[in-house]
Design a protein around this ligand. Structure first.
Ligand SMILES: [Zn+2]
Ligand SMILES: [Zn+2]
Length: 149
């Protein structure tokens, strides 16, 4: 799984390295490892969950390093923070991935992504009508998944 994804992760690594340089931050193996695991992992992951996964392959990487790196990945546009209403910040990969909505099961926490191109069109139209300049939006729908109903 890892070797397979390596090819398209090259760009992500270049973006991270460029960003660190630009900010005067140190480029470390740990940060690159965190990026690799983040990219090859599940869709939406909290800092805790990511840390738990990373610890399996490198127990020396601490939680604060994982957390800080996730913040850096968000700042340079490789990750996006998503919030599913349980007070826990989760992160998903953001590069080459358009905005999408989430269907969130409040019982088991399962999430499903859906395309929001049509909704975005309406938002644009409505905004134009009232002279509003939208800067961003989130679309999270809460409910029960098929299995939990
Ligand atoms: Zn469910
Ligand atoms: Zn998502």
């Amino acid at each position: 799984m890892k070797a397979e994804g390596k090819g398209d992760m090259k760009r992500e690594h270049e973006i991270l390295i460029g960003f660190l340089k630009q900010k005067g931050l140190k480029q470390t193996d740990q940060r690159e490892k965190i990026l690799d695991i983040f990219l090859s992992n599940v869709k939406h992951v909290s800092a805790d969950e990511l840390h738990a996964t990373i610890r399996k392959s490198d127990p020396r990487i601490g939680f604060s390093t994982v957390y800080r790196t996730l913040k850096i990945l968000t700042e340079c546009g490789l990750a996006r923070e998503v919030n599913f209403g349980d007070g826990r910040a989760r992160f998903e990969r953001a590069l080459d991935k358009g905005q999408h909505g989430h269907l969130i099961c409040t019982n088991c926490g399962k999430t499903e992504e859906f395309a929001i191109a049509t909704i975005e069109k309406s938002i644009k139209q409505i905004s134009t009508n009232v002279g509003f300049r939208p800067l961003g939006h989130r679309l999270e729908v809460y409910g029960l998944c098929k299995r939990c109903q």
